[in-house]
Design a protein around this ligand. Structure first.
Ligand SMILES: Cc1cc2nc3c(=O)[nH]c(=O)nc-3n(C[C@H](O)[C@H](O)[C@H](O)COP(=O)(O)OP(=O)(O)OC[C@H]3O[C@@H](n4cnc5c(N)ncnc54)[C@H](O)[C@@H]3O)c2cc1C
Length: 437
């Protein structure tokens, strides 16, 4: 039986990174099993932006765009533009993104759960239902030679679950990765001094063409909102995902990293942004129309020197947690997944095995993803808000408007486009290029 002679791959964590890696590895011929700690895949999380380069990876992996965009399926928005405003509502600059920027594929603003569901469904279809195993939390592993035995517990009961012996372990278990802890020891991520408050609301008017991301604020507090439902957009409505990134002291224990909060915790800071309206609504009015506001304390880790741990590696947030500037979290996880699939196929063809695959993957992705971690510490493209705030500190509104009118284009080039151009490229074209005749 061919299947049993293939190296067995265990993916720990079936998030966006783990699912995409499973699809890429399956396409590369691997024998893949996903172990996910959640007992059910709940509709959690709010909106995320997925960059054009990552949508290109998914399409290349055989998932048609309609699955993400069709109103009856992923219902995602084909994002065309990002706009930047000061705290008091002065327009600074905008940037075309995705197809509007001439990319081969669209950038997408999506509901995280719908996007994730599309990937999970594709995993189940390709791998088979029985290879997507829920309610199984990684608790530890031992490697002897080229074989690793992985231990799990049943999440809902805490009881030990059967262990699995395999040839390749891929830790895709997110910010608080247990695989990472098993490899590198127990090191808690560092609090960044920032917390992001997020919510979803329905508005009966669109902002602009209904495909636009808008940001306002400065380095101490900034607000982002964007539409995440194509079906609502077609009705002229705005299913709005918003986030307010605020300066906050360190929260108590690990359990308070994510918590439901009340509006009064952010009300005054949002009111200071009343000069901004998107689809006719101020940031505060959006928050007032939001049923549930969730605060996420933001944590950071230093980039790793290597992703090469022999027959084990890390991917996505487990490898490189990213601060939410410039919309790179899901994108970089998807690009890791693209690389692991390609490295697996190359290694099998070259006969260098799992160790060869992991080494090549580390070389392809460790340094470049580390650069995104560092760039995002400096606010990513959102740094343009800080630039304007600092330059215009003592100006009247009229002076600020004149300043932004004169310098907006230059700032867009120097801050926003410099960041965008520094983002990792897909590794795929390297392979696609045909040798010259
Ligand atoms: C519930 C949730 C909501 C989110 N909401 C947003 C959002 O609204 N906006 C945004 O920009 N980003 C959000 N993110 C983060 C974003 O999805 C990630 O940054 C990005 O997709 C990279 O994903 P990842 O697959 O590396 O990690 P994650 O998305 O964190 O996925 C990790 C997966 O591993 C599983 N896992 C964890 N520990 C174990 C274990 N011990 N054993 C087995 N499995 C384990 C988790 O249940 C999860 O499914 C959210 C993440 C999660 C988990």
């Amino acid at each position: 039986d061919m299947a049993t002679s293939k190296p067995k791959t265990v993916i720990v964590g079936g998030g966006i990174g783990g699912c995409t890696a499973a699809i890429a590895l399956h396409r590369a011929g691997a024998d893949v099993w996903i172990y996910e700690s959640a007992s059910q895949l709940l509709e959690i999380g709010a909106g995320i932006n997925v960059q054009a380069v990552a949508i290109g990876v998914l399409i290349d992996l055989g998932i048609p765009l309609e699955r993400f965009n069709d109103p009856a399926q992923g219902d995602g928005i084909l994002t065309s533009k990002v706009e930047y405003y000061s705290t008091d509502g002065v327009f600074i600059a905008d940037e075309a993104v995705g197809l509007a920027a001439g990319a081969e594929n669209p950038q997408m603003s999506v509901h995280r759960a719908k996007f994730h569901n599309t990937l999970i469904a594709e995993c189940r279809r390709l791998l088979g239902e029985e290879r997507v195993i829920l309610n199984s939390a990684f608790v530890g592993m031992e490697t002897v030679g080229d074989q690793t035995t992985v231990h799990f517990k049943t999440n809902t009961t805490g009881e030990p679950a059967p262990s699995v012996t395999c040839d390749f372990v891929l830790g895709c278990d997110g910010l608080k990765s247990r695989v990472r802890a098993a490899l590198l020891g127990e090191v808690l991520p560092r609090y960044t001094g920032r917390t992001i408050y997020r919510g979803l609301c329905h508005l009966d008017k669109m902002h602009g063409d209904g495909n636009t991301v808008a940001l306002c604020g400065d380095e101490t507090g900034n607000f982002i909102c964007y539409p995440i439902s194509e079906s609502k957009r077609r009705d002229g409505h705005y299913h709005c995902n918003w986030g307010f990134n605020a300066t906050r002291p360190e929260p108590g224990g690990v359990e308070s990293w994510v918590s439901v909060v009340t509006l009064d915790q952010i009300q005054d800071e949002l009111a200071a942004m009343d000069g901004n309206t998107f689809g006719g609504f101020t940031p505060l009015q959006m928050a007032q129309r939001t049923e549930k506001i969730i605060g996420w304390a933001l944590f950071d880790r230093d980039p790793l020197d290597t992703f090469d741990f022999g027959c084990t590696t890390l991917l996505g947030d487990a490898a490189h947690p990213l601060l939410p500037y410039g919309s790179q979290g899901a994108t970089q996880a998807i690009m890791d997944a693209e690389a692991i699939g390609m490295c697996y196929q190359d290694a099998m063809e070259a006969g260098t095995g799992i160790r060869g695959c992991v080494k090549a993957y580390s070389e392809m992705r460790c340094e470049v993803s580390g650069k995104v971690v560092i760039a995002n510490r400096n606010m990513g493209s959102t740094a343009v808000l800080r630039e304007v705030n600092q330059k215009c500190k003592d100006m009247t509104r009229a002076e600020k408007e004149a300043y932004c009118k004169e310098n907006g284009g230059k700032l867009a080039e120097e801050v926003i486009q410099t960041y965008r151009k520094a983002m990792p490229k897909s590794v795929r074209p390297v392979r696609k290029v045909k040798p010259a005749e």
